[in-house]
Write a protein that binds this ligand. Structure first.
Ligand code: ASP
Length: 441
């Protein structure tokens, strides 16, 4: 029988109605053997995520401020869900759980412990509601004493444990260090836990249930009603996420990618929708010319020109070392015969630009050096672009038609990505132009 691991994000477990949707989804397919949950997320725009509330309790505690009432808000939210789902004390003794957490906090438990309790209680509740076993992530997801995740050790412990359960609910986001201390992944890390469980369960699919239909071909804030992406490869996803498209935690890809397990992003509020499949290779007949467009603003380009640059040995190496000594990494480095540009993320550059420029001028003596400090980068990504002539022509033609000046072009050797740099003020217009050009076929 096939096995599915289903991870439900914060919005999918935000309240009683969402818990009920999760139950219906899980029970509608017996292959869904293992469920990983986040802590309850926002129920409405102004609401606070459970993890943020818990971290706020910790901040109060650290600053010797009263935190009882804040913690009471946490408890009340869980108790309300338990009450409306008719999970009585015989099934789950929430009061004792709250007492234990309070005692641990008073005893000096760290912020990771406190932050993790949202997932812990959420999973306890879900297990009681479904009538399934509960597996504590602290027993099966392992970190070393310095807080580094131990992938292989976790995989062997977890896969052994999963074999003992027909069905189980596992809290996302955390694990434990050798001394038993709780350690969390970075924020949004329940996606990683879900991927780890999928790998250990040798799942056929890792379902990531959220509140959107999956990936869209472009940002819906820029393009009206963009097409959903049905299939996307890990590599395409990496390129799009790097440029700002985001639905799931990037680190979550690794465990399942290694194991060749497809990820299926699904919408808890529209379970009939097939969502997006993330695979090693997308089915050839499903490929359009492009899979998606993503971009972000706030880049600086330093463009250098020097006659005979390409025969000057070590030119690039010296650029690297200047960036390195200023502790700045670069995003792209397109080159021409006598030109070289470095594209830097403005957040990374901070106030170091004058120093970098000064170093370059002094050591490399370029004939000219220009700085463009408000550049937006747009990536047009698609496996279908490989070996297909005319894609670049179409893209550049679409931009030209809209009077958009291209400041920089970069195409990786994989040929699945064309990146253009345009003025920040042209960003939205450029994305719409590219989208329209490829969606009129
Ligand atoms: N609850 C955690 C957070 O808010 C982890 C997660 O939801 O994935 O970051």
């Amino acid at each position: 029988m096939s096995v599915k691991v289903a991870k439900f994000g914060g919005s999918s477990v935000a309240d009683t109605i969402q818990f009920t949707k999760v139950r219906d989804i899980v029970f509608s397919d017996p292959a869904r053997k293992f469920v990983v949950v986040s802590a309850p997320g926002k129920r409405f725009n102004q609401d606070t995520k459970m993890t943020d509330l818990l971290l706020l309790c910790h901040t109060h505690l650290m600053n010797h401020l009263p935190w009882d009432q804040l913690f009471q808000v946490v408890c009340d939210r869980f108790s309300a869900i338990a009450f409306t789902l008719e999970i009585g004390q015989d099934k789950l003794d929430l009061q004792s759980e709250y007492q234990r957490i309070k005692a641990a906090m008073e005893d000096g438990a760290g912020s990771d412990y406190i932050a993790s309790r949202g997932e812990y209680l959420s999973a306890r509740l879900m297990a009681a509601f479904l009538g399934w076993d509960f597996i504590d992530a602290a027993d099966v997801i392992k970190f070393d004493a310095r807080g580094k995740f131990l992938a292989e050790e976790t995989n062997s412990i977890l896969s052994e444990e999963l074999k003992k359960h027909k069905n189980a609910v596992i809290p996302g986001f955390y694990g434990a260090m050798p001394d038993g201390k709780i350690k969390t992944f970075s924020r949004g890390g329940s996606d990683i836990s879900g991927a780890i469980v999928a790998r250990a369960a040798n799942a056929d699919v890792y379902e990531n249930w959220t509140d959107v239909h999956g990936f869209l071909t472009a940002d819906p804030r820029i393009v009206d009603d963009p097409q959903p992406i049905k299939y996307i490869s890990y590599q395409e996803l990496r390129e799009l996420s790097y440029m700002g498209a985001n639905v799931m935690h990037e680190d979550a890809i690794f465990p399942v990618k290694e194991a060749g397990i497809p990820i299926n992003i699904r919408n808890t509020n529209d379970p009939e929708h097939p969502g997006t499949f993330i695979l090693a290779e997308t089915p050839e007949d499903s490929r359009g010319v492009i899979t998606g467009i993503a971009g972000s603003k706030n880049f600086t380009v330093i463009a250098m020109h020097k006659y005979m640059m390409n025969s000057e040995r070590g030119f690039m190496k010296r650029v690297f070392s200047i960036l390195d000594s200023n502790d700045v990494s670069f995003e792209h480095m397109p080159t021409g015969i006598d030109t070289l540009s470095v594209v830097l993320d403005n957040d990374m550059v901070g106030n170091k630009l004058p120093d970098i420029v000064e170093d370059i001028k002094r050591t490399l003596e370029p004939d000219s050096l220009d700085i463009y400090d408000d550049i937006a980068m747009i990536a047009t990504v698609g496996q279908g672009m490989t070996y297909r002539p005319g894609v670049a022509a179409k893209l550049f033609g679409a931009l030209a038609e809209q009077g958009i000046n291209i400041r920089m072009i970069d195409q990786g050797s994989s040929e699945i990505n064309i990146i253009v740099g345009v003025a920040g003020s042209d960003f939205e217009k450029a994305i719409r132009a590219i989208y329209n050009a490829f969606n009129q076929e």
